[in-house]
Design a protein around this ligand. Structure first.
Ligand SMILES: [Cu+2]
Length: 158
């Protein structure tokens, strides 16, 4: 009886060890089920683009990207009001393979977002690979801001 219990415990431990090794061997991409375009991307080499969110405009309002390239777009709210970046066709038409939203307090890994909201004097980075050539819109959804001119375009070149 005792032998059987010890034997069972041994099997359980073996199963635990095997499954933890399998997990360690997996790429982060597979664990997180990221878009295939994100596999083996060298994020250190990704191009950084800074977009200032001010009261009430984006600077620059036009972002030019190249299809297949990796980017870290830093959205910096330099205004005194909160702002956001809403796609627009930019987030809605699969123009990018999103890796994550990175902030000073942590990051969110997601395959799709609808908007990024940023409080005054804060910033967030959107990490992605440009997927689809074309012109894509984005804008601020805070009431009155888009009407005041807070909108822009992302141009992804082939
Ligand atoms: Cu705004």
């Amino acid at each position: 009886m005792k032998k059987t219990v010890i034997g069972m415990l041994g099997s359980v431990w073996l199963a635990v060890i095997l499954s933890s090794q399998a997990l360690a061997a997996d790429d982060e991409e597979q664990v997180l089920k990221l878009h295939p375009a994100l596999v083996n991307v060298k994020w250190d080499a990704a191009k950084e683009i800074v977009v200032d969110l001010d009261d009430d405009n984006y600077d620059p309002p036009e972002i030019v990207l190249k299809r297949g390239m990796a980017y870290r777009v830093r959205l910096k709210n330099i205004g005194v009001k909160a702002h956001d970046m809403v796609g627009g066709s930019f987030f809605e038409e699969d123009a990018i393979a999103l890796k994550m939203i990175n902030t000073k307090v942590g990051r969110v890994t997601a395959n799709h977002i609808n908007s990024v909201y940023i409080k005054p004097k804060n910033e967030a980075e959107v990490w992605f690979v440009a997927l689809k050539a074309g012109h894509f819109s984005f804008f601020c959804s805070i009431p009155g801001h888009r009407e005041a001119g807070m909108e822009g375009v992302v141009k992804i070149l082939d």
